[in-house]
Design a protein around this ligand. Structure first.
Ligand code: SAH
Ligand code: SF4
Length: 444
């Protein structure tokens, strides 16, 4: 009988990519994907521990699966990802969730097949390596025929921002060689992929610690030449390593999307220093100007943290000011959450929850207004979009994305899925643009 796998993914794109790999490994063992939890024979929960809110949600979700497992004892539940890797957490989790069959971390993807085999023989297993695996041992797999695929170009992080757990749970920075990435992308294109997002915690330092004779810009230039690939995206750009060469490469590239996800985290130099970010507000603004001077149509998005320990009202005001100054099309705003093991967890002057909440609300309110104003400006303009598929909110309509990564909803025929077309924007809300087809473009 056909066995089904149901995957639940939390966290960043990196984590999403890991979920794809784990799911693809299970399909090698004969599982096929389902969107219906009640049909599942295997549930994979890929976790994230970067923020506390995600962690609480995940623990709740694992708890909910208990009832399903009671009704269907053959169900295999695998919990993977960086949440499980935090020191001392496994025992606590195992006590709370004895119904889980497999516990495994981000350094163990190459053993997931074995773990699944063992669990099918009725064993309960926990395998959480603390040593990062060599990039050559990692097997990133993707579902065949997907239009957009996230592609890891590097793993880990060496930056140790004071609030961040990532370097502790994802290990030291390691980059995958250019040829390996290009081979992966070429085979993805053969199976229908038209757009990739190159992923790393700090793509601007690609290859540095591995001593490659080429850098991220060189990788992008090679990627730009892959036949049949329409678009190349990348994230995340750490502002401290954003080079002029990269900006020029994006400006000149044919398929390189003019979108920079450039987290600034805080607007005050005092807080930036406490965060260990290695740039100032002035430097950040200089980088933004440099991008917009060279690529006026570039889109900028960012991440911001409200309520970092010691952040005063004046500091926070400077964060708001930066949001008013830079034309971000979107900002991912987070309330600071204390991650044990990180430097900031022991800082004095932790900000009370109520204040953090108020600051976050202010920040979100401001950015929503800015995003809407920005999208309204696009009304009347034409944009090139890659058609992705039916809209999630209305299956009669199609969606696609601009080169700047803005979502566009429009009316069109399904045969357009996977092609580049021109759309004229008619209206907008804070998150979405609504348009109509101008004229179909030839496939490149
Ligand atoms: N490597 C990326 C960020 C990865 S984590 C970079 O340097 O920009 C994604 C985002 O989560 C971060 O940009 C930050 O805004 C947020 N974040 C990380 N740790 C956090 C914490 N402890 N509390 C609140 N937000 C956090
Ligand atoms: Fe975390 Fe900083 Fe590394 Fe980003 S660069 S993953 S925020 S430590």
């Amino acid at each position: 009988m056909d066995k089904k796998v149901y995957t639940i993914s939390y966290g960043c794109q990196m984590s999403e990519r890991d979920s794809e790999t784990l799911t693809a490994i299970s399909t090698k063992l004969g599982y096929s994907r389902t969107e219906d939890l009640s049909q599942a024979d295997l549930v994979i929960i890929n976790t994230c521990c970067v923020r506390e809110s995600a962690e609480n949600k995940i623990i709740g979700k694992i708890g909910q699966l208990k009832k399903i497992k009671e009704k269907k004892p053959s169900l295999v539940i695998a919990v993977a990802g960086c949440m499980v890797q935090q020191p001392g957490i496994l025992e606590r989790l195992q006590k709370r969730a004895p119904h889980v069959d497999i516990w495994t971390g981000t350094f163990d993807h190459n053993k997931f097949e074995e773990l699944l085999h063992a669990s099918l023989c009725g064993r309960k297993i926990a395998l959480i390596s603390q040593r990062e695996i060599d990039v050559s041992e990692v097997v990133p797999l993707a579902e065949k025929g997907k239009l957009h695929v996230n592609v890891n170009i590097m793993y880990g992080c060496n930056n140790y921002c004071a609030y961040c757990i990532v370097p502790y749970v994802r290990g030291r920075e390691r980059s995958r060689p250019k040829e390996v990435i290009l081979d992966e992308v070429r085979s993805l294109v053969e199976s229908g992929c038209r757009e990739v997002t190159l992923l790393g915690q700090n793509v601007n330092s690609y290859g540095k610690t591995d001593g490659f004779g080429y850098d991220f810009s060189d990788l992008l230039k090679a990627m730009d030449k892959v036949d049949g690939l329409f678009r190349v995206r990348f994230m995340t750009s750490h502002p401290k390593d954003l080079s002029d060469k990269l900006i020029t490469t994006v400006a000149e590239g044919e398929h390189l999307c003019e979108h920079f996800h450039l987290p600034f985290q805080a607007g005050s130099n005092r807080v930036l220093q406490m965060m260990n970010r290695y740039y100032t507000r002035e430097y950040y603004l200089e980088r933004v100007h440099r991008i917009l001077d060279e690529i006026p149509e570039a889109r900028l998005t960012t991440d911001i943290i409200a309520g970092f320990p010691g952040e005063t009202e004046e500091d926070f005001e400077q964060t708001l000011d930066l949001v008013r100054t830079v034309p971000f099309t979107q900002a991912f705003t987070f309330m600071y959450s204390k991650r044990s093991g990180t430097a900031a967890a022991d800082f004095p002057d932790q900000i009370p929850l109520e204040i953090k909440k108020l600051r976050l609300q202010k920040l979100m309110g401001l950015q929503n207004t800015r995003s809407l104003a920005w999208r309204n400006e696009m009304v009347g303009h034409n944009c090139e979009i890659l058609v992705e598929g039916p809209s999630k909110s209305n299956a009669e309509l199609l969606t696609g994305r601009t080169r700047g990564n803005e979502l566009v909803v429009f009316q069109g025929n399904e045969h357009l899925i996977g092609s580049l077309i021109n759309v004229r924007i008619d209206s907008a809300n804070s998150w979405t643009l609504f348009g109509r087809i101008e004229f179909p473009k030839e496939r490149r």
